[in-house]
Design a binder for this molecule. Structure first.
Ligand code: G6P
Length: 554
């Protein structure tokens, strides 16, 4: 048997290091049992959830009837001059279409934000816009808020919102009720036996992608070509090889549980790393276990040198120059649809190896509840410990003991010094609640921080990352050090029919997540800015070069 449409080539420490895990997966028949819908694979505690979560294995065939329906709707919209697609959806309801559209070279405006500036910037060219409102639960506050804002904007522009809103949701969700009552143009009910992050090949992945112009028939064909090999209990099964590589290799400090995803331009799969990030982080990061995905470019410190607790993985569609990603332990090559199925099976296999339920997300709800509570009460923001260069520096006594820091740089250094207590297994998470398009440059601090600390650094935009790495931050190994950047740099936007604005929602989400992390004893530094000077100071402080190492650098 060959690896089918997806090749997983391993080298270096993974060659011998993943053998035992691979044997365990083959002997336990994880591949065939997962594909047959056997809910017992992940143990008795996962049984109930797994019993209603395994339909993703057959989607390449079962989703097929949607294709013609979607092409017809796209043609109908285009005939009306509507060719701009905005997707309102979080996590599993937006990451897959973003990747599919990027790979197919078609434009899609993904609106997984509560930043008022970012949402306002999407409220343009309404005469040619259709909004896909996607939410599996139908109760996600970001998505509901975006729907309300667009509905009002359409009405104000003299456009009947019913003709411009398309809904994707699970049958029986509150959004389905809203959509039916409102009489929206189309409502797609997705398979409820598929979880959000495994839903790429359901209506959640397909509807926005097809309306934007992607060839979703091709995507399903690609996935279909990988179904058989993914169901085979063999060491040649690419999904088992991949799962064993990122969740089954020991290093000198314990399990190599950092998955460094080297996203090289020209891979033919731009942005796949962000989709993999949610799939792996939310699926595995719980009960003190978890594989941390770290999405980086080929020149990042984590990519150019192998950390003792990491495995480096490069993906490509097949046409790319294999050397573009540099030295890596794992190369995954194959077309997007097939890769998606392989990564899903690999993640389910990783769940088996880690002994966790890969289908729930028990800690996401805690941050949502905290944000809800803060929105209702709207307490005064936590006072700053001090203000430096336009930045409010906020931290509790455990993160920043009295007297350790009196300026911004010292506060950052003292926070990063908590990595010293992580036995060489720590990571830094930078979590930025700003317009991710307008302030995209801030992400450049990631490489500098990784160089300075010698540890992996994730960079997430809030609230987007709350639906991805947010689960692992709270439920995974307690080795994270957290730096929040929160800012009000744009004029606020009201949410029609709600008592809160987007600005207040965003602030509550940031504060709620920080509260939960602090409650779990994790170090959290919050940097609040309300102007571009403060933002520049944050960028300079986080982006200091390796020549200016942190106190006690590892
Ligand atoms: O599709 P929705 O129900 O709106 O959910 C969007 C996201 O919400 C939560 O964060 C879940 O943990 C994610 O897995 C999910 O993708």
């Amino acid at each position: 048997m060959t690896g089918g449409p997806v090749q997983v080539e391993v080298s270096g420490v993974v060659v011998d290091g993943s053998q035992d895990a691979l044997v365990r997966l083959v002997e336990a028949q994880v591949a065939s049992r997962t594909s047959a819908g056997d809910a017992e694979v992940w143990g008795p505690e996962a049984r109930e959830e797994a019993a209603v979560r395994l339909a993703w294995t057959t989607l390449p065939a079962t989703s097929r009837p949607l294709v013609d329906e979607l092409v017809a709707l796209r043609d109908e919209l285009r005939a009306e001059g509507v060719d701009r697609v905005v997707l309102a959806g979080m996590g599993g309801s937006s990451l897959a279409p973003e990747v599919v559209c990027a790979a197919h070279g078609v434009p899609l405006v993904t609106l997984d934000a509560t930043d008022p500036g970012q949402v306002r910037a999407a409220l343009v060219e309404l005469d040619r816009t259709v909004v896909v409102v996607s939410s599996k639960s139908g109760g996600t506050v970001e998505t509901d808020s975006q729907r309300r804002i667009f509905e009002e904007a359409f009405t104000a522009a003299g456009i009947d919102p019913r003709t411009r809103v398309v809904v994707v949701t699970d049958p029986g969700s509150p959004l389905e009720t809203v959509a039916t009552e409102a009489g929206y143009r189309a409502v797609f009910r997705a398979d409820p036996h598929v979880g959000g992050r495994y839903s790429a090949l359901t209506a959640f992945g397909l509807v926005p992608s097809a309306l934007a112009g992607a060839d979703v028939g091709q995507l399903l064909d690609e996935a279909l070509s990988a179904v058989e090999v993914c169901a085979t209990d063999s060491p040649d099964n690419p999904a088992l090889r991949l799962g064993a590589a990122f969740a089954g290799v020991q290093g000198s400090t314990g399990l190599r549980d950092k998955l460094v995803l080297v996203d090289s331009p020209g891979s033919g799969l731009p942005g796949l790393g962000n989709w993999v990030e949610q799939l792996v982080a939310e699926s595995t990061g719980k009960q003190g276990h978890g594989v941390l995905p770290v999405v980086v470019g080929p020149d990042a410190p984590e990519a150019t040198g192998l950390l003792p607790d990491a495995v480096r993985v490069a993906v490509s569609a097949g046409s790319a120059d294999a050397s573009a990603a540099g030295d890596v332990e794992v190369r995954v090559t194959g077309p997007l649809g097939a890769q998606m199925l392989v990564w899903e099976h690999a993640t389910a296999a990783a769940g088996f190896l880690l002994g966790i339920n890969p289908f729930d997300q028990p800690d996401v709800e805690t941050a949502k509840n905290a944000a809800r509570g803060l929105l209702e009460k709207t307490p005064e923001p936590t006072p700053a410990r001090f203000v430096d260069r336009g930045v409010d520096v906020v931290a509790d006594e455990d993160t920043l003991p009295e007297g350790t820091a009196e300026d911004l740089d010292a506060a950052v250094d003292a926070t990063l010094a908590h990595l010293d207590a992580t036995d060489g297994r720590g990571y830094v998470a930078v979590m930025v609640y700003l317009d991710r398009l307008a302030h995209a440059d801030l992400a450049q601090v990631r490489d500098a921080l990784a160089a300075r600390t010698g540890r992996p650094v994730t960079f997430g935009w809030g609230p987007r990352f709350l639906h991805s790495t947010g689960q692992l931050h709270k439920g995974g190994p307690a080795v994270g050090v957290f730096v929040q950047v929160v800012g009000d740099l744009a004029e606020d936007l009201d949410v029609p029919g709600r008592e809160f604005s987007l600005g207040r929602l965003k602030a509550a989400q940031a504060a709620g997540d920080a509260d939960v992390l602090r409650g779990l004893g994790r170090p959290v530094l919050t940097l609040r800015v309300d102007g571009t000077d403060g933002l520049a100071a944050v960028a300079a402080s986080l982006g200091r070069s390796a020549a200016d190492p942190v106190a006690g650098a590892r």
